[in-house]
Design a protein around this ligand. Structure first.
Ligand code: C2E
Ligand code: MG
Ligand code: MG
Ligand code: MG
Length: 286
């Protein structure tokens, strides 16, 4: 009962808990204000994905950034999960989708054939209103479904597997590509993977960051690439930090590569400049 619970809490009390709790509370308060106000604390950064077959950048991932007057720069790893738990991730996702669609229009009007990947949380995937909202915004801007794609983690989806499969199928029917993000860190079974209507597996960066020197990671990544291909899926590797890692991934038939070696996430205007500058960069032979 309640008395037992509070006794337990007191027994386990550590000063760090208070710090963490207070930080979470201020993240909630500040983020809600940021979303309701001018929203100029939030921005989208873009990180290119290199197509390892053509050698061109054909895709880019949108990554949210938040700079708050009191909290300073807060990493999405810190505030996204807080927003999910506090029940307003949908507001963030709406903001991200609006901004990404504006940027997708700019890319199209500049004649740049680059598709933007958006990260979704499980709550977004389960929200029946999201897909109609996205498609109506896109048709108002006359954007093709190829202009956007979506990434979500497997552990997010296993809570309500049947519903998740149904929701993702609706995205596929609208022509959107879908990726399982951070693949290898979750715990979904092979049979679940088989039933997920996705197009792409995204190998988690923890297996890629030191790929050029770690035999164990090499075995894992080769296995994931083969697994994905046997299911008819594409593979994206994230966290490429060296030419050697990029080369290994290309040798093993990985389709796309994303990482600091090519480019860190950049503000939108900087991404466009970077893209123009690297039109004819040959990343694969150095
Ligand atoms: P993610 O979707 O797995 O994104 C990849 C993360 O790896 C990004 O971190 C990116 O900056 C980082 N990264 C890429 N290449 C390298 C590399 O070579 N080395 C290293 N060390 N890191 C690399 P970021 O931007 O801090 O985002 C963290 C996570 O926050 C994302 O992981 C995603 O789960 C979440 N997130 C970011 N933006 C959004 C968003 O708009 N909506 C939602 N729901 N989640 C988001
Ligand atoms: Mg992602
Ligand atoms: Mg990832
Ligand atoms: Mg991640």
């Amino acid at each position: 009962d309640e008395t037992q619970l509070s006794e337990q809490l007191l027994l386990n009390y550590k000063p760090e808990f208070e710090q963490r709790y207070l930080r979470r509370l201020s993240i909630i308060a500040e983020l809600k204000t940021a979303l309701d106000d001018q929203q100029d604390e939030l921005s989208l950064f873009y990180q290119p994905k290199l197509d390892l077959i053509s050698g061109k950048v054909t895709k880019v991932e949108a990554l949210i950034r938040w700079n708050n007057a009191i909290l300073g720069f807060v990493s999405p790893d810190d505030f996204i999960s807080v927003a999910e738990q506090a029940g307003f991730i949908g507001k963030i996702t709406d903001w991200v989708i609006n901004q990404a669609i504006k940027d997708a229009v700019t890319l199209r009007d500049a004649g740049m054939d680059v598709s933007i990947a958006i990260n979704l949380s499980a709550k977004d995937v389960m929200d029946n209103a999201l897909l109609p909202h996205i498609t109506s915004l896109m048709s108002a801007s006359e954007l093709d479904s190829k202009a956007l794609s979506f990434e979500m983690t497997e552990s997010d989806l296993v809570r309500e597997p049947e519903k998740a499969i149904q929701q993702l199928r609706a995205f596929r029917e609208r022509g959107f590509e879908l990726a399982i993000d951070d693949f290898g860190t979750g715990y979904s079974s092979m049979s679940y993977l088989k039933s997920l209507p996705v197009t792409t597996l995204k190998v988690d960066k923890s297996f890629v960051l030191k790929l050029d020197s770690q035999q164990g990671d090499q075995k894992i990544v080769r296995t994931v690439i083969d697994l994905a291909h046997s299911f008819g899926l594409n593979v994206v590797a994230e966290g490429i930090e060296s030419q050697a890692t990029l080369q290994l991934l290309q040798n093993w038939g990985c389709e796309l590569a994303q990482g600091y070696y090519m480019c860190k996430p950049l503000p939108f205007a900087d991404f466009i400049q970077w893209h123009n500058k690297h039109q004819s960069t040959n990343w694969l032979e150095k």
